[in-house]
Design a binder for this molecule. Structure first.
Ligand SMILES: [Mn+2]
Length: 346
């Protein structure tokens, strides 16, 4: 890992044009890491752009630099001379980049891969991967320190947002004591923890709350598998006048139930295609379930897509988890993973 970090320092020093990007269904860690990286590049005098194939959710637009994130079309209209180095943050494989991943194939840039997903496929020419890190943003923090660039409020706010969102506001796992020193340093550099908490967790459109209320009404607990499960269909989104980003965080509510080990949220993303989000209290490895169905994520937060009717997806997912739950639960008891998960980990 030291060698990879050194390789990245050399790349940052010797190249001059950088493009930073992150995964689709972007979350606070993806965006915070990308923007912190962007400001780091600026501070060391490099040309840098951030491109994202999707829409930045409104509740992350408070982040310094968020207004500078280019859409894929804006980026393409700038021409093709820009891509010397592609820095991909918080993304386990290139297929999660949407159309930005295709540009990588076409332009063949030097690729830097900075991530904390345990299933990262090491697609970079330099790979800075640490699955024990609670957020990719902390790896960017590491690079900032390693480059001896002083932290400022812009970098600190983005880094702290990554840490806060991927740990669910420091709730998903016991935070390593050394993290508090880092948090202190970020706050001292100008990041506002209360502001980040507000936007990340308590700043949602009325339409989003209406959508949440539907999902909560339907929430059921299945004692045989210790699963809480709920869903939202395209019709719900239409009737609530809600957007995709309005469903962010819905999956977390299932774990409020004392007996629930796993929370499952089915979101219809296209007619009869469901995005399945999974959260675990910690003993049950939801990443293994996501892998079984072709998805990815973290041990406590993972997801995948599945085609089918609501009832078939509902049944298939529950049956699979029930069939593995007994064994997996007894095996994993006592093991704790530090790696948190982003709300949209797929
Ligand atoms: Mn992350």
């Amino acid at each position: 890992m030291k060698g990879e970090r050194k390789k990245i320092y050399n790349v940052l020093k010797h190249y001059s044009r950088f493009v930073v990007t992150s995964h689709q269904n972007i979350d606070g860690d993806g965006l915070g890491s990308a923007l912190a990286m962007y400001f780091l590049l600026q501070r060391i005098g490099k040309e840098a752009l951030v491109v994202y194939d999707g829409r930045v959710p409104y509740f992350y637009r408070f982040l310094p630099g968020a207004e500078r994130v280019l859409s894929f079309d804006e980026f393409q209209s700038l021409g093709d001379k820009l891509l010397e180095v592609l820095i991909v943050v918080d993304c386990s494989n290139l297929s999660r980049l949407g159309r930005v991943g295709e540009l990588e194939k076409k332009w063949n840039p030097f690729v830097v891969n900075i991530d904390h997903h345990p299933d990262n496929v090491l697609f970079g020419h330099a790979n800075f991967i640490d699955s024990s890190s609670p957020a990719s943003a902390l790896l960017v923090y590491d690079l900032v320190c390693g480059m001896e660039v002083p932290l400022d409020a812009e970098m600190a706010t983005n880094i702290l947002t990554g840490l806060v969102t991927d740990t669910g506001g420091f709730q998903f796992a016991e935070l390593d004591p050394s993290m508090f020193r880092v948090v202190g340093e970020l706050v001292a550099s100008g990041a506002s923890l209360s502001c980040i908490m507000r936007y990340a967790f308590r700043y949602r459109r009325l339409e989003a709350l209406r959508l949440l209320s539907r999902a909560l009404e339907r929430l059921v607990f299945e004692p045989s598998s210790s699963c809480a499960i709920t869903y939202l269909t395209r019709e719900d989104f239409r009737e609530c006048e809600a957007k995709e980003e309005d469903a962010e965080g819905v999956v977390d509510y299932g774990l409020y139930i004392p007996e629930a080990e796993v929370s499952i949220f089915l979101k219809e993303v296209e007619p009869e295609v469901y995005k399945v989000s999974l959260r675990s209290r910690g003993d049950f490895d939801v990443l293994a379930v996501a892998h079984h169905f072709g998805g990815g994520g973290h041990r406590k937060a993972a997801g995948f897509k599945m085609a089918g009717t609501l009832s078939s997806v509902y049944r298939t997912v529950l049956e699979y988890i029930s069939s593995t739950a007994g064994g997996v639960l007894s095996l994993k008891v006592g093991e704790e993973s530090n790696a948190g998960g982003s709300p949209e980990s797929l």
